[in-house]
Design a protein around this ligand. Structure first.
Ligand code: FES
Length: 177
């Protein structure tokens, strides 16, 4: 009959919370320990990210470092006169870029998607600038940094190598912070 009494829908004691379900001392201790562990872990991650190599790793992970890509021929030296530019694709077939011959032995190349809203930037020899026609953005051909207009970040620079009378792309230098 006790069983029957157990099923009589009466609550045997005040059921206003469920704290009787935990072994208070142990479980609360575990909670505190877990919390402390989490805090120590977070502090560790923060400390590591402030170390020089941690910063470098973070920089690389976030794409700010140099990324290596396969070497790709862009043009023959004799095909490009001083002051001229040639368009090419690097590192992917859909990533447009510009190689500019700024001097006898000076070449610069940048991905040419404007860092404002991605319009294609072109080389203006007359203005000695890379120009974005969409909102009149201008970039310095020596550094790729914006000089006027809405863009705030430099164009990603493409690393170059001269080899046997030809110019090759060898990697992309991502945004500097
Ligand atoms: S997209 Fe180049 S200035 Fe806006």
């Amino acid at each position: 009959m006790d069983n029957e009494a157990g099923k009589n829908n009466k609550v045997p004691f005040e059921e206003d919370n469920y704290t009787h379900n935990i072994h208070k001392n142990n479980e609360r201790q575990l909670d505190r320990r877990g919390f402390l562990k989490t805090m120590v872990g977070a502090a560790g991650v923060f400390a590591v990210s402030t170390l020089p190599w941690g910063g470098l790793a973070a920089k690389e992970l976030m794409g700010f470092g140099k990324s290596s890509h396969p070497k790709k021929k862009i043009a023959d030296v004799r095909a490009l006169k001083v002051g001229e530019a040639v368009e090419f694709h690097y590192p992917g077939d859909h990533e447009s870029a510009l190689l500019i011959r700024l001097g006898d032995n000076q070449y610069k190349a940048y991905q040419n998607a404007c860092t404002h809203l991605k319009c294609p930037v072109f080389w203006s020899r007359e203005e000695d600038q890379l120009v974005c026609p969409c909102h009149h953005g201008f970039f310095d051909p020596q550094s790729g940094k914006p000089t006027a207009g809405p863009p705030r970040r430099a164009l990603p620079e493409i690393l170059l190598e001269l080899d046997g009378g030809a110019i090759y792309a060898t990697g992309v230098k991502r945004y500097e912070t």
